[in-house]
Design a protein around this ligand. Structure first.
Ligand SMILES: [Zn+2]
Length: 171
């Protein structure tokens, strides 16, 4: 049991850290707070990296046949990782897989840059459970762009997403 002084500081840690402060997400967008609403790791991976890739492909690097073949194979490999792994296997438990297949699907799906297995499945189970409500992390009632893209660019307050049990995915 920590002393009362230490306990006071432990209680204050979440208030000091802006990482767990989601109050800005409920405020109107302004010139001074807009950047606090974005998940900048996701923005880097989903906006800046593709732009940089297209820029470099257009200006600096001649396309080679082996790169084109690798890109197509990588696209289908990572896509299969999402559909067969993140979606069917880990979110819906539609089938069972041994450790070797799980390892291959883990490599494939994480290559698609759609977050961790736990994060993806938690959101997807909430999506199915609370489809098109305020508790759906990517509900279609907020529009096509929101449900397919924008929701990933903005920080997510975990308390606003509907509860979904992913405890079996936690080591
Ligand atoms: Zn599903």
């Amino acid at each position: 049991m920590p002393s009362p002084t230490i306990a006071k500081h432990i209680k204050e840690i979440p208030k000091i850290s802006t990482k767990n402060d989601f109050s800005v997400l409920n405020e109107p967008w302004t010139v001074w707070n807009w950047y606090k609403k974005f998940d900048w790791v996701h923005v880097l991976g989903l906006i800046f990296m593709p732009i940089y890739g297209f820029y470099m492909a257009y200006t600096s690097v001649a396309l080679q046949q082996k790169t084109a073949i690798f890109s197509v194979l990588y696209y289908f490999f990572t896509g299969l990782g999402i559909t067969a792994g993140y979606h069917r296997l880990w979110s819906h438990r539609a089938y069972s897989a041994g450790p070797t297949l799980q390892f291959i699907l883990m490599l494939a799906s994480t290559g698609a840059m759609q977050g961790s297995i736990r994060w993806w499945c938690r959101n997807h189970r909430a999506h199915h459970r609370y489809t098109d409500t305020e508790k759906d992390p990517y509900g279609a009632q907020k529009g096509l762009m929101w449900s397919h893209f924008i929701w990933m660019l903005l920080r997510q307050d975990p308390t606003t997403v509907g509860w979904a049990d992913v405890s079996e995915l936690e080591g």
